[in-house]
Design a protein around this ligand. Structure first.
Ligand code: PRX
Length: 635
């Protein structure tokens, strides 16, 4: 029996039990049998969760790109590694074979070397979903540079904060990007960001939309001529198992974004293993994950997980609504996609449209459907199951996080019976625990509490860039010797997990993690604003939308409030990006506060949800009278 590829429920339980009984030998066998190592590890796992210090495959040497590309060259050299499907359906798609990918990554890696990038240097990638994006990640990994991808929907301010946090030496971007029928001036955003980024010496610019852009002498270089001139071979740099592979920023409930650091060997083993099992990938399948590489889902399940398995992975540049709401399904038909992995927010948006958008296409190639990023509601699950899967495709509701590197709780298709809204069972090697308010683990079934993981797994982030104490404090201080996820969950009578949502001040809007603090900080920059508080409220497409309660310095005339609302959203767009815009803004004269001055978001949340009948005891507030005023003027 191979541990690597689970094929039925009995095998799942066997493998799971083994992985818990003896995690080291479980992860050792997987690493041994499926990857290419320059040197074997001395020890599979060393850890101390109180510090926390975690080391997987200590002493091993490898390069992840050899595992993702070179080792497939003899057996799969002419197989398509990446299918690129452009924004505009009339533009030709591109098929990049493993051989071609090898050559393109090597050339790109040589361009990085020629521009002084060395092992351990940070390179910021701010690109649309074009092949250069995947290739640039791999080129960094080839020479041991640490990539830091910033989603190309983030604003100049958000970009510069991330570049400065990890002192990136280089930015890789493009002249612009396509998004449906719009173009976005990415290079202009980079120029603005770089006004305050002294560490950046070089900007490499890919051509995508052929727009006229300013090129700063000595700093900005067109990528294409450099690639053409570069040598097509590049010897991979030998990395230690625990050398950082990349940094990826995620929002916290407070403070600036956290640069989660993932390291080389553990991340590779974990993403490869979870990809193979959760999507039951078979040779010659075409796998499509609709995420952007700017998020962890794209890193793990567009680039590293699929390529480590020699898979064909599809990159889509466009949006589900352009040129019409049938675009996803047209791509499925065109490329005969076998596994399709998307977010509930996309499913809900498409479910609102006419059925013939999906009925017009042949979806019979589909075998497995996936969902990620937020809880999938029952209605969306059924729509997905009935209309896309035709009740024939298992749906994998995969729960995980930027911090976990790969999927943690998910059905294994054809093995785990699925139930709508349940992420079901932990993958082998994953030991979830539900904790009560007093820090005690809730044993047995039919319990709900805070979701922790009580044993290390290879894909976990090792630290927050430049701030290990924050890493300890955020994830390992709430419950002793356990990783705290920030999510709540319940375990039903059969042991299945259902994720119930965040228990902190992170709000998930359209599958994107947004911390309330940075949004409030942005709003408070407006000269008319004295104070603000953001909460989430249910939204039928986005899952959650943002509701802002804003105290103005002077009340002003009501007719000016509409302009103020626009200006507040403008400031948020500038500081963070359009994804963080508020759906509702209510002006108020006060916010409910505890006697120690803390805003009682619980009460604001209830008001935003229009559930004001059970606000609980408000008499202990510093200013209970303000609650009625807020209820009366709620939107
Ligand atoms: O609240 C959980 C939610 O998304 C959070 C992680 O967000 P991020 O780091 O951006 O990574 C998203 C993609 C992996 C989690 O803490 N979440 C993710 N998947 C699910 C989910 N909530 C419920 N069900 C899921 N399947």
């Amino acid at each position: 029996m191979s541990n690597y590829h689970i094929k039925n429920l009995e095998e799942y339980f066997q493998v799971y039990r083994k992985s818990i009984r003896d995690p080291e030998s479980f992860w050792e066998e997987i690493a041994e049998e499926n990857f290419m190592w320059s040197k074997r590890w001395d020890k599979v796992l060393e850890y101390d969760l109180s510090k926390p210090e975690i080391s997987w495959y200590k002493g091993a040497k490898l390069n992840i790109t050899e595992n993702c590309i070179d080792r497939h060259l003899y057996t799969r050299g002419d197989k398509t590694a990446i299918i690129f499907e452009p924004n505009d359906p009339s533009e030709k798609s591109e098929h990049i074979t493993y051989k071609q990918l090898h050559e393109r990554v090597c050339r790109f890696a040589n361009v990085l070397l020629e521009h002084g990038i060395e092992k351990g240097d940070r390179v910021c990638i701010y690109l649309p979903m074009i092949p250069e994006q995947a290739i640039s990640l791999l080129a960094c990994a080839r020479i041991g540079a640490i990539h830091s991808v910033v989603f190309a929907g983030f604003s100049a301010t958000a970009l510069s904060t991330r570049i400065n946090d990890s002192d990136c030496k280089m930015v890789i971007t493009s002249d612009g990007s396509y998004r449906g029928n719009k173009t976005i001036d990415l290079k202009g955003i980079v120029d603005e960001a770089l006004e305050s980024c002294p560490s950046v010496k070089t900007v490499l610019v890919a051509k995508r939309i052929n727009s006229e852009i300013a090129m700063k002498p000595n700093r900005d270089k067109w990528l294409l001529p450099l690639l053409d001139e570069a040598y097509h071979h590049c010897v991979p740099v030998v990395m230690d198992a625990e050398d950082p592979l990349f940094i990826l920023y995620t929002s916290g409930s407070t403070g600036k974004p956290k640069g989660m650091v993932h390291t080389t060997a553990g991340y590779m083993v974990y993403t490869a293993y979870t990809f193979k099992n959760v999507f039951q990938y078979r040779e010659n399948d075409v796998f499509w994950c609709t995420a952007d590489i700017g998020w962890i889902t794209g890193h793990s399940y567009i680039v590293y997980g699929p390529l480590a398995n020699g898979a064909t992975t599809l990159m889509f540049e466009g949006v589900p609504s352009y040129p019409d709401f049938g675009r996803f399904w047209q791509v499925v038909e065109k490329h005969k996609v076998n596994q399709f992995y998307t977010a509930p927010t996309a499913i809900r948006a498409l479910a609102k449209e006419r059925l013939d958008f999906s009925e017009n296409y042949d979806l019979s190639s589909l075998k497995i459907l996936g969902s990620v990023g937020e809880p999938i509601n029952e209605e969306a699950w059924h729509w997905y199951n009935d209309n896309i899967g035709k009740k024939n495709c298992p749906i994998v509701d995969t729960w995980w996080q930027t911090e976990t590197g790969g999927i943690m709780i998910s059905p294994i298709p054809y093995s785990t019976p699925t139930i709508p809204t349940y992420a079901t069972l932990p993958l082998p090697g994953i030991q979830p625990a539900l904790m009560d308010e007093n820090g005690e683990e809730l044993k047995g079934n039919l319990v709900s509490g805070r979701l922790c993981i009580k044993f290390p797994w290879p894909g976990m982030a090792r630290t927050i860039w430049g701030n290990h104490e924050r890493y300890r404090e955020t994830y390992f201080s709430t419950f002793e010797n356990k990783y705290f996820t920030g999510d709540g969950a319940l375990r039903d009578s059969t042991g299945y997990y259902r994720i119930t949502g965040r228990v902190d001040d992170v709000i998930i809007v359209s599958g994107h993690n947004l911390g309330t603090a940075p949004i409030e900080d942005a709003i408070n920059e407006h000269p008319a604003v004295a104070e603000s508080a953001i909460v989430g409220f249910p939204h039928d497409v986005k899952g959650n939308a943002l509701y802002g309660f804003v105290i103005l310095k002077e009340i002003g005339e009501t007719r000016l409030h509409e302009n103020l609302r626009k200006e507040i959203n403008q400031i948020i767009t500038e500081h963070i990006g359009p994804i963080a815009k508020l759906d509702k803004i209510q002006f108020t004269t006060g916010l409910p506060k505890t006697r120690s001055g803390k805003i009682m978001r619980r009460i604001l949340r209830k008001i935003a949800e229009k559930d004001t009948d059970n606000l609980g005891d408000i008499s202990t507030l510093l200013n209970p009278e303000v609650v009625q005023e807020i209820i009366d003027s709620a939107i």
